[in-house]
Design a binder for this molecule. Structure first.
Ligand SMILES: [Zn+2]
Length: 235
């Protein structure tokens, strides 16, 4: 009986699809987990770079202050020298030095203001971004936990899915089994589909009248003349 063989093939297909789902999940879950980990690493990197930018600005601020202090000390020295020099030209030269040094200090002061402003902005941005990044990291971590759970579940299903497929294969006679195997190879599920209104519901193409009659008669296993899927009469 063709209908009996078809029923058994449909059961086999059902179990085959289930097994494939399990195997696909076992392949994709690790990839999804890696993607989550990569996102977390990127977020942590971003936080670290922002922290680094703040550190650099702080260092720049400190360098400016050190430089200013040393120039101020120099100015004090020049002023002391002014008290000791006898010649007017030496005195004038020191005035010139003091002016130069004062100019440097005022430049450094505006540099320092700029750095402090930048630092302030960077710290504000950092605080906001860190909060956001930590939220995203928490989401990714939750997702990893879900994936781990799903993976454990799917691993547990693999054995029974294989067993169920083998059992369904055992129900088929040899010709039907090899027909199924041959058709299933290289085709996307479902490989057993309804023929309805002259069209194969696998590839949606119209089949020839001969094929249509053959499927309707249901005397043998008939395949779509376009895609090769096994057909059963749908309406
Ligand atoms: Zn087809």
């Amino acid at each position: 009986m063709v209908s009996d063989a078809l029923t058994k093939m449909l059961i086999l297909q059902d179990r085959d699809m289930k097994l494939q789902q399990v195997e696909d999940a076992l392949l994709t879950i690790p990839q999804e987990r890696e993607a989550c980990k990569a996102k977390i690493a990127k977020l942590k990197d971003d936080i670290e770079s922002a922290r680094q930018r703040i550190k650099e600005l702080e260092t720049r601020g400190k360098t400016i202050e050190t430089e200013m202090a040393s120039i101020e000390a120099q100015i004090v020295k020049y002023k002391n020298q002014q008290l000791q020099v006898k010649k007017n030209e030496e005195y004038q030269a020191l005035i010139h030095e003091i002016e130069g040094a004062s100019k440097k200090i005022s430049d450094l002061e505006s540099d320092e203001l700029e750095v402090l402003y930048e630092l302030d902005e960077e710290r504000k941005r950092f605080e906001e971004e860190e909060v956001k990044a930590m939220e995203f990291i928490a989401l990714e971590e939750t997702q990893i936990i879900r994936l781990d759970e799903r993976e454990a579940e799917v691993k547990g299903e693999l054995e029974s899915a294989r067993f169920a497929k083998t059992a369904a294969e055992g129900e088929l006679d040899n010709p039907s089994r090899s027909k199924y195997t041959q058709v299933a190879r290289g085709l996307k599920f479902p490989v057993i589909v309804a023929l309805s209104g002259h069209s194969c519901s696998g590839c949606h193409m119209r089949v020839s009248n001969a094929i249509d009659s053959e499927v309707k008669a249901a005397q043998e296993i008939t395949t779509c003349d376009n895609c090769g899927r096994i057909l059963y009469y749908g309406d």
